[in-house]
Design a binder for this molecule. Structure first.
Ligand SMILES: [Zn+2]
Length: 382
């Protein structure tokens, strides 16, 4: 059981991030871990974060969904968590996977506002409707995770629906996220010097500037939410495009392609940021798809796909799945991926822009290609 739990915590670790392009909802970790009615277990449990993320995945009909977690600093020494759980949260904090704050205040809503994300909380936010009009104007922007038959489910604070709704980034958010920011505190996990500099080695994880968290605004000044220090504008943020992998009709994961470096996709590519598909493929697909199959680059705003495989790929212009509309992409060939195009590595295995690659199949583990379980983080009830 011990081993099982640490495996589940590792799985949850892959689902927390502060990347504005990948986070799909905002949560307050100190709140979520105390939803005791979800499993009737201990007063606080980190596994509840996994259960809420699972619920979000089910609602969005997408695998590997990530959330932006705000963490009150007191949680790092909360005696209701196990020592293992505290250690895990501290690691997340050190790696900048979560945002640690002395006093979270309205930060959860500020992030949701800047990034256009839904909020998963049971806290009533009536007093903040003036500052964040979308709280009432957009039903589905705030949902309460509540106990359900097959795990938690959601109830929207306004309108009572159960589907999380994303909005647009606020104009301020769009402005802040167009720039790269630097915190004067050495080794800042959120706004450290990602690409080098004197203190780069202090951060355990090298962060791409494209993945930087949104600053907080204090009197209109971009500020580090962790250190309360004024951030320095160090130039434009690299351009990015959010892509997704769809396998067997189900979006398996999203990833960010930035101007900084190409991304390799394949059965088992190596290297930082490579997209490994092997775990989701059946034997036949695994035989067809090369270890390194595609190389994707973002150049002057255009997504360029190069086949680096043995067997080749195909382009589905405009995302059409019709027979006969698949244009071959031979090994070593490159092509610009137009707006709605998808590249197909093998029938049923596609890569395209995330917003144009909706999940096309109901979220049932039986519909996927590999036999591996879809979600690893649900545990048997105690
Ligand atoms: Zn900082």
């Amino acid at each position: 059981m011990r081993f099982e739990i640490s495996k589940v915590l590792d799985a949850i670790e892959g689902r927390v991030c502060t990347d504005p392009s990948l986070a799909r909802a905002v949560v307050d970790l100190a709140e979520v871990i105390r939803f005791q009615d979800i499993d009737g277990g201990r007063p606080a449990s980190l596994l509840r974060l996994g259960m809420v993320i699972d619920a979000l995945s089910r609602q969005l009909e997408e695998d590997s969904v990530q959330v932006y977690a705000v963490v009150h600093r007191a949680l790092l020494s909360d005696a209701d968590l196990t020592s293992n759980e505290r250690m895990v949260v501290r690691r997340w904090a050190d790696d900048g996977l979560v945002e640690v704050l002395d006093s979270p205040g309205d930060r959860m809503l500020e992030i949701a506002d800047l990034l256009g994300l839904p909020v998963l909380t049971r806290v009533r936010l009536d007093g903040l409707r003036g500052r964040f009009p979308w709280l009432v104007e957009q039903p589905g922007r705030v949902l309460a995770p509540v106990p359900g038959a097959g795990g938690p489910t959601f109830v929207a604070h306004v309108g009572g629906g159960d589907t999380p709704v994303a909005g647009d980034r606020s104009p301020v958010g769009a402005k802040l996220l167009a720039r790269e920011w630097r915190c004067p505190e050495a080794g800042c996990a959120l706004f450290g010097s990602g690409g080098g500099g004197a203190f780069a080695d202090l951060a355990r994880v090298q962060r791409s500037p494209a993945a930087q968290a949104p600053p907080t605004l204090r009197n209109g000044v971009p500020t580090c939410p962790r250190h309360g220090t004024r951030l320095r504008d160090v130039g434009p943020r690299p351009r990015t495009e959010v892509l997704a992998v769809r396998i067997g009709g189900l979006v398996r994961r999203r990833f960010v392609l930035s101007e900084e470096q190409p991304v390799l996709v394949g059965r088992a590519p190596e290297g930082d940021g490579a997209i490994v598909l092997g775990q989701w493929l059946n034997d036949e697909a695994r035989r067809w798809i090369s270890r390194n199959h595609l190389r994707l680059e973002l150049r002057v705003g255009e997504v360029i796909v190069t086949d680096v495989s043995t067997n080749g790929s195909g382009i589905r212009p405009g995302g059409s799945m019709a027979e006969g509309e698949r244009v071959p992409l031979a090994p070593k060939q490159s092509r610009v991926l137009a707006e709605n195009d998808m590249v197909e590595l093998y029938p049923g295995v596609q890569v395209g822009r995330a917003e144009e690659l909706p999940t096309g199949a109901p979220f049932t583990p039986a519909s996927v290609m590999a036999e591996a379980p879809t979600m690893a983080m649900r545990l048997p009830r105690p």
